[in-house]
Design a protein around this ligand. Sequence first.
Ligand code: ADP
Length: 220
Amino acid sequence: ADSTNDGGILVIGLGRFGGYLAESLTHLGHEVLAVDRNPELVQRWSDQLDRVVQADATEEDALRQLGASDFQSAVVAIGASVEASVLAVLALVELGGPQVWARATSTKHAKILASVGAHHVIFPEAETGERVAHLIVSKMLDFIEFGADFAIAKVRTPQSLTGRSLAEVRPAERHGVRVVGVQLPGERFRYATDDTLVLPGSTLIVEGSIEEVQRFAALT
Ligand code: ADP
């Protein structure tokens, strides 16, 4: 085992998703070891990433040689081949060690990944599709949903609320949402207080149930 892998992140599959993931992790300052079985991709990524190796991640021996069990996390980003994805997850789970994040490309694929022991299953196409659908049909500028009934969203300030302080607007009582942050054009976000003045052209960060947050975002 290679002790330089401690705390590092193993990324398996340098397709579009795995490539962006490995690049982002590197920019965030993490040690990444990227693996792909395709030598051309390994060659292509070797400039952007510190460590890229060619290996077949469905082979437990190959993973062992890379010191896979010493990594903090391993991401199986293989999409096109369900079989390769499942075998790679299984091999990583059997080796033990890293938290295994597995990318699914269908609902059934997601179920199989969970049943072979993946600790986290992500389904980027479904998650992004759902998210973009919300953004298209609502007035929210951005949002994150936690569970089925809690969301935090970035919204434009409704014109009807401007010129008053939050204590006067009373968003919790009137609209069921809490305003937690305010941003004036070109400025940084600030935490909202009762004294915060709601100014035209500003952006608000609000939290509440997804329905109430959407309704608030739709106010004019
Ligand atoms: P995307 O949709 O993100 O482009 P793909 O499924 O097309 O994803 O890409 C997955 C990558 O995983 C490919 O570069 C492929 O070479 C790699 N890959 C597939 N099977 C294995 C394997 N057994 N071991 C290592 N890498 C693999």
